[in-house]
Ligand binder design. Structure first.
Ligand SMILES: NC(=O)c1ccc[n+]([C@@H]2O[C@H](COP(=O)([O-])OP(=O)(O)OC[C@H]3O[C@@H](n4cnc5c(N)ncnc54)[C@H](OP(=O)(O)O)[C@@H]3O)[C@@H](O)[C@H]2O)c1
Length: 297
């Protein structure tokens, strides 16, 4: 099998490449950080270069494309709307049409932010209603993916794990770095998430593709909690001082994008694959094992 991982230099993309390693030929893309992976072919790609994207897909001739490219941040989308639309929606349509025409499967990584800020547990059949431009363009990317009937849309939330130099750091690493420097850590007490351990996410996505699944799946960690509780769990797991952690109201930050506290149900993936994604405690424990050299990193 030939796989093309778009965004293979990112946190999730790199794990997908590593987990696919024994499945056949692997190509991946990077934008600013080459991060070579032995046994896989890296290609530089700027998603804004539509011609370059088409040429790359034709050249690598994949049986499956994983689209895990992400612009810098949720707030960036709010401020750079034209670029955000192009990156998340227009280019996804090209990828979907190209993969459809060559008979390849498309896996598109989406987000819990396609849903609004309501106190309910969203399943895959619920109707999305994003409250920020990031969510709107990711929903646009989902719709574009459907140009390929053999599509798999994965909605996830707050991916965490150890990053490489140059990769975006997750909430866990940013919090831990401040705690280790004995700095105060201010976190938004009104933001709630289902933190998702990157290795679980990568393995779940591959399990779904191996089972030839199509359609939409929610793949999130098994805990739903606010950022103060999450930061406290990080401090406790890594033996840091919890008194440095302070909850603040996100409104005090005047951020461009509103956050949605949407909670996703994991029932479908558990029922169809038997996979149970880690709780925050289990994911942090796995990160600690990796740090201590006992994990399977
Ligand atoms: N992180 C989360 O908490 C979260 C939550 C929900 C959904 N998601 C979705 O999950 C997927 C993976 O996220 P992630 O956190 O693993 O991403 P990430 O670590 O930020 O990696 C982003 C990837 O996109 C590449 N990239 C950025 N701008 C690009 C451009 N203009 N052209 C081509 N490539 C570009 C980066 O390349 P370089 O690093 O080489 O520049 C990198 O490979 C994304 O679709 C994201 O929307 C993430």
């Amino acid at each position: 099998m030939r796989s093309l991982v778009l965004g293979g230099s990112g946190l999730l993309g790199r794990h997908l490449v590593l987990d696919l390693m024994h499945s056949g030929d692997i190509s991946f893309t990077y934008f600013t950080n080459p991060h070579p992976i032995p046994g896989a072919q890296g290609h530089k790609l700027d998603l804004k270069d539509e011609k370059g994207l088409e040429v790359l897909i034709d050249k690598t001739d994949p049986d499956i494309i994983f689209h895990a490219i992400a612009p810098p941040s949720v707030d960036w989308h709010e401020n750079e709307r034209a670029a955000a639309y192009l990156t998340n929606v227009s280019s996804t349509r090209i990828i979907a049409e190209r993969s459809r025409d060559m008979g390849a499967k498309l896996v598109y990584i989406s987000t819990a932010f396609v849903f609004p800020d309501l106190e309910k547990i969203f399943n895959e059949d619920d109707i999305p209603a994003p409250i920020n431009f990031y969510g709107a363009t990711k929903l646009g990317g989902e719709l574009a993916s459907k140009q390929n009937p053999d599509h798999l849309i994965i909605r996830t939330d707050q991916i965490y794990g150890w990053s490489l130099p140059g990769q975006k750091k997750s909430f866990v690493e940013k919090t831990l770095e401040k705690l280790m420097r004995k700095e105060n850590v201010e976190v938004c007490k009104d933001w709630l998430n289902s933190p998702t351990y990157v290795k679980d996410l990568s393995q779940a996505i591959i399990a779904l593709t191996e089972r030839k699944k199509r359609g939409t799946y929610h793949v999130v960690g098994s805990s739903f909690l606010d950022r103060v509780s999450w930061a406290n769990k990080i401090a406790t797991m890594f033996a840091q001082d919890t008194s440095l952690i302070r909850g603040i109201d996100s409104s005090s930050l005047n951020l461009p994008a509103r956050r949605s506290n949407a909670r996703l149900s994991n029932d479908k993936i558990r029922e169809e694959t038997g996979m149970r994604l880690k709780t925050v405690e289990e994911g942090l424990e796995a990160m600690k094992m990796e740090m201590d050299g006992h994990g399977d990193a």
